[in-house]
Write a protein that binds this ligand. Sequence first.
Ligand code: HEM
Length: 250
Amino acid sequence: MDSSELELNNGSIKKSKTPARLDFIQSASGLFLATFMIGHMFFVSTILISENAMYQITKLFEASFLIEGGEPLIVTGIGIFVIVVLVVHAFIAMRKFPHSFAEYKKYRQHMGNIKHSDTNKWFVQIITGFAMFFLASVHLYIIVTQPENIGPFASADRVWTDLMWPLYLFLLVAVELHLSLGLYRLAIKWGWFDGDNPRERRQLLLKVKTVMTVFFLTLGILTLLAYMKIGYEHKDNYGEKYIPNKGSEK
Ligand code: HEM
C-alpha cells in the first residue's frame, strides 16, 4: 500500500485524493509565482529606461490613476498576497525534501551513479528554493512594511546605502534558476507542449529554459547595477525622494 492509499473499514483500499490535490496546488502556486516574478523583473528593470519610467510604474502600482498621489498600502497588500502564496508553495514542496541525512547520502550516491539530469534539476530546485525561503523573506518584509520607500531614489538608496545589493544578487541567482527550471518541470509534468514528439519537444523546452535563465539573469544584473550606480551617486542625499520633472527635492 503506498502513501496515497487508505484502508477502509470493510478492508477495501481507497486512493486518497490528497497527494494529487497537493500536487495541483504546488503547480498552480508555482505558476502564479513564476508569472509574478517575470512581471516583477520587467517592472523593476524600467530603471534601465529612466528614473522617471520607474517612478511612473511605482505610482501605477499605488493606483495613482484612481487615488490622488497614490496609496502605498496597495503595495503592502500585493506583498502580503505574494507571501501567502510563497508560504503555501514552500510548505507543500517541503514534503519532497530528503527526510534525513541518510536519505540525502543515498540520493547523492544515486546522482553520482546515474547522472540523471532530471534528478540533478530536482536537487537544484531544492537548494534554490531553500535559499529563497530566507532571502525572499527579508525582501518581502521590507517591501510590506515600507511600501512608501519604493521609487528610483528610495530603492537605489536601499540597494546601495542600506547594503541590500549582496542579498539581491544571491536572491536573483536563486530566483532565476528556480523560476526557469520550475517552468520547464511544469511543462514536462503536465505535458503542456508535448505535441507528437514529446522527446524532441523536451530538447526544445530545455533550450527555452536556458535562454530564459540567461535572459533574466542578464536583465536582473544590469538592473541591479543601475540601482547601485544611482544609489552610489545619491548617497549624500540618502532619504531624499524622487520628484518627477525635477529629478529630486531637498
Ligand atoms: C517572490 C517574491 C519576490 C522575489 C523573489 C523578489 C526578488 C527581487 C530581486 C532579486 C530584486 C533585485 C532586482 C534585480 O537585481 O534586478 C528585487 C527588487 C525589487 N523588488 Fe522584489 N521580489 C519579490 C517580491 C516583490 C514584491 C511583492 C514587490 C512589491 C510589490 C517587490 C518589489 C521590488 C522592488 C521595488 C525592487 C527594487 C529594489 C527595491 O526597491 O528594494 N518585490 N526583487
